[in-house]
Structure formats: C-alpha cells, structure tokens
Design a protein around this ligand. Structure first.
Ligand code: NAD
Ligand code: MN
Length: 356
C-alpha cells in the first residue's frame, strides 16, 4: 500500500470544526480504498498560542512540516488578534517557506446549488483561477515613517520579479491547455500600475507564443469584476496577481453559491516541498462553535489534495460524493439548506460507502 504523511493544521474558529470532519472523510476513504494508508498528524497552532506565547508557529515548526507530503489547513483568525498578525504569523510563512507559488482555485456551481446570478445556467460558470502566491503586495515590503504624526507616510511596496511572474503564467498556460476550452484570461491593472503589471503583460505574451493551442485575452481587474458578473460563460482559466487573485476568487466563490464551498490549493509545482490545501473561507467567528459551518470547501480541498498525492481515484470518488450530497439536499444554511455540518459529513460518508 502507498503511504502518505499529512500535516493537519485546523487553526481557529470553524477551521477546527471543518478539519475534524475532513479527518473522518479521509479515514473513510482510506478504509474503503484499501490501496493507501494515511498518517495524519495534527498541529494545533492557533491564535490562542499566539496570545500565550507571541508565536503561531513554534521555533522548529516549519522544519517539522517540511517532512510531510501535504499540509491540510483550516482557517486562522480571531477577534482578539489583528488580522494582519494572524495572516503573517501562520499562513504566509508556510506559503513562503515551501515556495507554494501558485494558488489554484477551481470554481463551479455544484449540483443542487444556485448562483446568485439569476440570468445564468450552472454550466456557464466553470473557471479555474490561478493566483500568483508569493509576490506583489504580499512580499512583505514597505514601511511607515513619521508614525503617529500628521505627516505619516506608509509605503506598501508590491514586488514583482520576472522569475515569479513567469513560473505562474507558465503554470496557468499548462492549466488552460489541459481544459476543454483552452482559454486563458490575464488580469492586471497595467494602466495604473505601470511597472510590475506592465511586466506581467509583457511576460504573458512571451509565454503565449509557446502555447499556440491556448486562446488568450486580457482584462483590467476593475472591468474583470463586471465581466465575471455579466458574462461568466466567456471565462475559463484566469491568471492574476496575488492581490487581484485573492479578491476575484472571493467574488467567484460567492457567484458559485457560497464562500463555504470553495477550495484552494497552495502548490509548490516542483514538488520540492509540501503543498497546502485549504478552503478559501476564514475562521468565521460569527458562526464558530455552532456546528453549522459548511464543510464542502474543505472536502473539495481534500479531494484536490488526494489528486496531488497521486490518489486520483479517491479524489474523484470524493468529488462525486460531494456532488451527490449537495444534489440530494444535504446543505448547510449558507447554501439554502438546513442541515448542520455533521449531517452533511455523515451523508458524504454514506455516499462514499456506496461508491466502493
Ligand atoms: P470569513 O470567511 O471567516 O467569513 C465571511 C462570512 O462568510 C461570515 O459571515 C461567515 O459566517 C461566512 N462563512 C465563511 N465560511 C463559511 C462556511 N464554511 N460555512 C458557512 N458560512 C461561512 O471571513 P471574515 O469574516 O472576513 O474573516 C474572519 C476571520 O478569518 C478573520 O480573522 C480573517 O482574517 C480570517 N481569514 C482567514 C483566512 C484563512 O485562514 N485563509 C481567510 C479569510 C479570512
Ligand atoms: Mn482571501
């Protein structure tokens, strides 16, 4: 049997709840498939640790994670900790240390869900967003001078490198080329951001020349929000900077029915280091502890993780199972149902049982 070592980091709030359900799903798949064994180790790094020790990740934490084949992540964030501290304290160090330079976000309207866009059919919305995951506004550059005076200046420096842009754009062309419609849209704001994003435009067309089978077009990010809402069927694969990709993928998730169903993969495409899989939603303090969080975004992320680990069959069966569950009405409140999280999970466990 194949063996996979998974580091699981539930984090805070509903992250803890949905990851617990994800473990049940993974154990069920392991039991049913009989072809792989999973070693899941849980790391309870959270905002509580930060409040006690001043750190999210213990001193040797990243070194420990490096040995795993994949990382499963819930969500981080607490009303007691400023959001920039939790983000930079837990998720961003992992993305950076393991060179997870692509954030891949598939978006579809699952069976049984409806898009808030009333003028479209479910199949009109089938996208993959490739978000650059290591640079731009998230490079951590900048600083504040004359703080606490009327003359404060805060510089938020976006950093773009040829290497960083090119590897992400190449990944996006490979992704587009593997999909039936073979269409890639570049999103920038190269009219206003005239250095980094002009470089994005330039590299995009250089790489495009190597992919004659992929049709391309280019949008400014503001106009892109309009196109996503009014003409979703004209889009297929989308590539964008770290910040633009972050914002557009939350919009995309909402258009697909709920932020609670959307998955994301933080990929290290060279496979030198572990990749990390997480739902795109946050810790949702407003519903934490109530057992009503939608676990679908996490389950879909688990399906992506299994495929990345080479467990194609288990990943596909899981995805089919998720679709059966939403289609047959086991839905949490955010997608118009009244099932709680555990009921949805148990419907999925039964579906999986039937599928083997
Ligand atoms: P959020 O995603 O936590 O919640 C936004 C809204 O969507 C809330 O009303 C919430 O109840 C709802 N929601 C989110 N996930 C849901 C689910 N699975 N099922 C049902 N409803 C769901 O975003 P926020 O409120 O902006 O942020 C809350 C905290 O999470 C903050 O501390 C923020 O920094 C953090 N955050 C973390 C991540 C991450 O860990 N990757 C991502 C985004 C936000
Ligand atoms: Mn986001």
């Amino acid at each position: 049997v194949r063996e996979h070592w998974i580091a699981s980091i539930p984090g805070d709030g509903i992250g803890i709840e949905v990851i617990e359900q994800a473990h049940r799903v993974l154990k069920q798949l392991e039991k049913l498939s009989k072809t792989f064994k999973l070693h899941i180790d849980t790391f309870n790094w959270s905002s509580n640790d930060y409040l006690k020790t001043g750190e999210y990740i213990p001193a040797d934490g990243l070194k420990t994670l490096k040995k795993y084949d994949a990382i499963l992540f819930g969500a981080v964030g607490s009303p007691d900790v400023p959001d920039h501290i939790s983000l930079w304290g837990l998720i961003l160090p992992i993305r950076k240390m393991f060179n997870q330079y692509v954030n891949l976000r598939p978006i579809r309207v699952l069976p049984g869900l409806s898009s808030p866009l009333k003028h479209i059919d479910a199949q009109d919305l089938d996208w993959v967003i490739v978000r650059e995951n290591s640079e731009g506004e998230y490079a951590g550059q900048g600083g504040t001078t004359h703080d606490d005076t009327p003359y404060t200046i805060a510089n938020e420096v976006a950093v773009f490198t040829r290497q960083g842009i090119e590897r992400t754009i190449r990944f996006a062309f490979d992704t587009a080329s593997s999909r039936p419609r073979k269409h890639l849209t570049l999103v920038t704001k190269s009219n206003a951001q005239r250095h980094g994003l002009v470089l994005w435009d330039k590299i995009f067309y250089e790489v495009a020349a190597e992919y004659p089978d992929v049709k391309t077009d280019k949008m400014l990010v503001d106009a892109m929000t309009v196109r996503m809402v009014l003409k979703p069927s004209t889009l297929d694969t989308i590539v964008a900077t770290n910040l633009h990709g972050d914002i557009l993928s939350d919009l995309a998730a909402a258009l697909s029915g709920s932020i609670g169903v959307a998955p994301s993969s933080n990929l290290n495409p060279t496979r030198e280091f572990p990749s990390m899989f997480e739902p795109i939603h946050g810790s949702a303090p407003d519903i934490a502890g109530l057992g009503v969080a939608n676990p679908v975004g996490t389950f879909w992320s688990v399906a992506e993780m299994l495929k990345w680990l080479g467990e194609q069959e288990a990943g596909e069966k899981l995805m089919k199972g998720i679709e059966k569950v939403t289609e047959s009405g086991f839905k949490t409140k955010d997608i118009g149902g009244n099932a709680d999280m555990v009921t949805v999970t148990e419907a999925l466990l039964r579906e999986l049982e039937n599928s083997y």
